[in-house]
Design a protein around this ligand. Structure first.
Ligand SMILES: CC(C)(COP(=O)(O)OP(=O)(O)OC[C@H]1O[C@@H](n2cnc3c(N)ncnc32)[C@H](O)[C@@H]1OP(=O)(O)O)[C@@H](O)C(=O)NCCC(=O)NCCS
Length: 396
């Protein structure tokens, strides 16, 4: 039996707009599974050579797998999209990297020949299902994870500030401001249009609107405004609502294929999977984990950080992004990183964020045909990091 690995490519990546969690959020009256259904339908509509019967698995990252996100959402959504009974699906959890892990599993599935065409994505409705909702941790978990701060992501970011005081509040705020400015510029110049699937939703006051723009970005952000914000996780701390990602609702889906099959169908893929790696660190410092994960992914690919032309780094917190760039030999404002801004502006609907990084890379590769390699990397609660390296197929 031939055990040669297949090349894996991304054919398309789409997402919903991201909303603020809570009653004032775009999706307060919209279910998580309906967010996913809108994306599945859009993928088939946009990719005329793909039909639902070709989708061999539908792998969804979801952190809180209860209520509307429970019951194997990955299986339910294809039927809700009226695709019939024949599209398998599953749900997986690696918290913030659930969606990136779904993409990793999808890549391994295609590479191994188990399937030629599948969908992987991530969804999180943090308004309906807040972080930690209905969880029942083992009584010893707090102790084995290194203390109570391991359960509170904001405190893990404060821990990085404490352990590495060279990353100051001022640096975190400056980084956050730049992120908002880059996002504003990207949004105003239409960079989000190709990836956001508009969806009609009903707001809390009963009005119907089309959700086609991200709700979290704050373009009016100033350094002064940021510097006046409270530190909600710790008195006298450094992490604020301005230099952290927020609480958000959203979904993102990626269509992956065996490159040979895609080309047989006349499809021009956007990017090729190169390598993935996951790493674990002490949970109270979870934000540092993208460093070892990226080192591993680079090593597996036989590439160096200098060869990464684009970097999509999920900004759970500014301090954790600053740590990553410093340890990977980059300046805090390295132009390769988050050119269209990051999660501090757009929000971080946990498992949806990894696929968003992939969608951003797909768009950035198209806009920058001279670029060859791109990295998507993120930290994960409980102390993990996940990194994936991609090759641009939209190059010159
Ligand atoms: C930090 C956090 C607690 C803030 O939550 P919140 O208080 O609901 O956030 P808000 O959006 O209401 O912002 C709080 C205040 O800061 C202000 N603010 C937020 N961003 C701002 C900015 N860029 N510039 C100026 N003010 C800003 C808001 O206007 C608000 O002011 P108000 O209290 O006067 O209304 C929450 O976003 C959080 O928990 N983030 C981390 C999420 C997380 O852990 N994810 C997983 C990562 S691994």
């Amino acid at each position: 039996m031939d055990k040669r690995l297949n090349q894996v490519v991304v054919v398309d990546a789409v997402r919903t707009a991201f909303g603020r969690a809570g009653e004032k959020g775009l999706f307060w009256n919209t279910r998580a599974d309906d967010l996913v259904v809108s994306l599945l339908k859009a993928l088939i509509e946009r990719n005329s050579r793909i039909t639902p019967d070709m989708i061999e698995d539908n792998i969804w990252g979801v952190t809180n797998q209860v209520k509307e996100q429970g019951g194997t959402i990955g299986r339910a959504v294809s039927m809700l999209a009226d695709w019939g009974y024949h599209v398998p699906g599953c749900s997986i959890d690696r918290m913030c990297a659930g969606g990136l892990t779904a993409i990793g599993f999808a890549a391994a599935t295609v590479a191994s020949g188990m399937a030629d065409c599948l969908i992987a994505g991530g969804v999180e409705h943090m308004g309906h299902l807040p972080m930690g909702f209905m969880r029942d941790p083992h009584p010893r978990l707090e102790e084995v994870m290194g203390g109570p701060s391991a359960f509170n992501m904001g405190l893990t970011a404060e821990n990085i500030h404490d352990r590495f005081p060279e990353f100051t509040r001022e640096m975190a705020d400056q980084y956050a401001l730049k992120c908002q400015q880059k996002a504003d510029q990207a949004i105003r110049s239409g960079k989000m249009r190709e990836m956001i699937i508009p969806m009609e939703v009903m707001l809390t006051d009963g009005t119907r609107v089309v959700a086609d723009r991200d709700q979290p970005p704050r373009p009016a952000t100033t350094l002064e405004g940021l510097s006046n914000l409270k530190t909600p996780f710790k008195e006298g701390g450094r992490v604020t609502a301005g230099n952290a990602s927020g609480l958000n609702d959203g979904a993102c889906a990626v269509l992956l294929m065996n490159e040979e099959k895609a080309r047989e169908l006349g499809i021009q893929p956007k990017m090729r999977w190169v390598s993935s790696a996951v790493a674990a660190v002490e949970p109270t410092l979870m934000g540092v984990a993208p460093v070892p994960a990226t080192q591993k992914a680079l090593q597996k690919a036989g590439l160096t950080m200098d060869e990464m032309d684009l970097v999509e780094l999920n900004e759970a917190f500014a301090v954790q992004a600053l740590y990553f760039m410093d340890r990977m030999g980059m300046a805090w404002d390295d132009e390769r990183v988050n050119r269209w801004g990051g999660a501090i502006a757009y929000g971080h609907p946990l498992a949806a964020s990894g696929p968003r990084l992939v969608a951003f890379l797909a768009g950035l590769f198209k806009e920058n045909p001279q670029t060859k390699y791109g990295l998507a990397t993120m930290c994960v609660g409980r102390g993990q990091g996940y990194s994936v390296i991609w090759e641009n197929l939209q190059g010159r």
